[in-house]
Design a protein around this ligand. Structure first.
Ligand code: NAP
Length: 245
């Protein structure tokens, strides 16, 4: 079966300044895709088109999409990757700020970017949403993040219903523990606590997720990879982890 040829296609990758987004932008570029990356830390972007983007701000998203589409000359692939968790505590210790930031980024930001990109995505296109195993199995002390990733999965299913018949493919990638800056952000700069998350487990790497994305977009055109669930070998869920220490 012939692979789908993505050489010469164009892509938007949100959250391309770090971790999974950065690795995926690189992998797509290596496969011949012209990539526009967005993030708040624009100085860290290494994509062909590099533009400031805050997915929580409607005006920033509109400006980003308009400029990215213009510079790329059209759009084929959208990888909605920007996201974060804040804090690791039982829900009765939660607060307004953390909840608002997580939902505004992981849910509203992803929905908004999808809505703004959709009119530009050409026939033969592909939308990929970065979910998480947290969006499939709840774990303790992560209620807001878990809820946000369940929402990503629900939105992706609904989008598939609404776009049925349109020549665009849709995939969620539900990742397990991937060693990135995710935990540094979650623990608000506490690098020691962040490092302990990955201790003794042989976590996934951002390149493992990039592989999944490139695999999904290169399947033959009649194949829609709905969901990819990929965990570190040493984890059963987001919360149940075997540590070899
Ligand atoms: P990361 O290294 O912290 O990268 C997060 C990326 O999201 C950064 O590029 C960051 O860029 C961007 N971002 C955050 N808020 C943003 C905003 N308001 N506007 C635009 N960009 C924003 O973490 P990562 O692990 O690669 O996370 C990427 C995605 O994978 C997230 O959706 C996360 O939930 C998901 N995920 C991670 C894991 C894991 O274990 N690491 C597992 C499953 C799923 P700026 O800060 O420069 O804006």
């Amino acid at each position: 079966m012939a692979e789908y040829d993505i050489r010469g296609k164009t892509a938007i990758v949100t959250g391309a300044s770090s971790g999974i987004g950065r690795a995926t932008a690189k992998a797509l570029a290596a496969a011949g895709v012209r990539v526009a990356g967005g993030a708040r830390r624009v100085d860290r972007l290494e994509t062909e088109v590099a533009l400031e983007l805050d997915v929580t701000e409607p005006a920033s998203c509109s400006r980003f999409v308009d400029e990215a589409v213009e510079q790329l000359g059209g759009l084929d692939i959208l990888f909605n990757n920007a996201g974060l968790a804040l804090g690791r505590y039982p829900f009765d210790e939660s607060n307004e700020e953390d909840e608002a930031a997580v939902f505004a980024t992981n849910v509203n930001g992803l929905v908004r970017m999808t809505r703004l990109c959709l009119p530009h995505i050409r026939a033969g296109g592909h939308i990929l949403n970065m979910g998480s195993v947290a969006g499939r199995q709840a774990y303790e002390k992560g209620a807001t993040y878990v809820a946000s990733k369940f929402a990503v999965r629900g939105f992706t299913y609904a989008l598939r219903e609404d776009l049925l018949g349109r020549p665009v493919r849709i995939t969620t990638v539900d990742g397990g523990l991937v060693e990135t800056e995710f935990s540094i952000v979650r623990f608000k700069g506490d690098t020691e606590q962040a490092a302990s998350v990955y201790k003794g487990i042989d976590p996934l790497t951002p390149d493992d997720i990039a592989d999944c994305v490139v695999w999904a977009v290169t399947r033959p055109w009649h194949v829609n990879v709905d969901e990819i669930v990929v965990k570190a070998r040493n984890q059963a869920s987001g919360g149940r982890i075997f540590r070899d220490t």
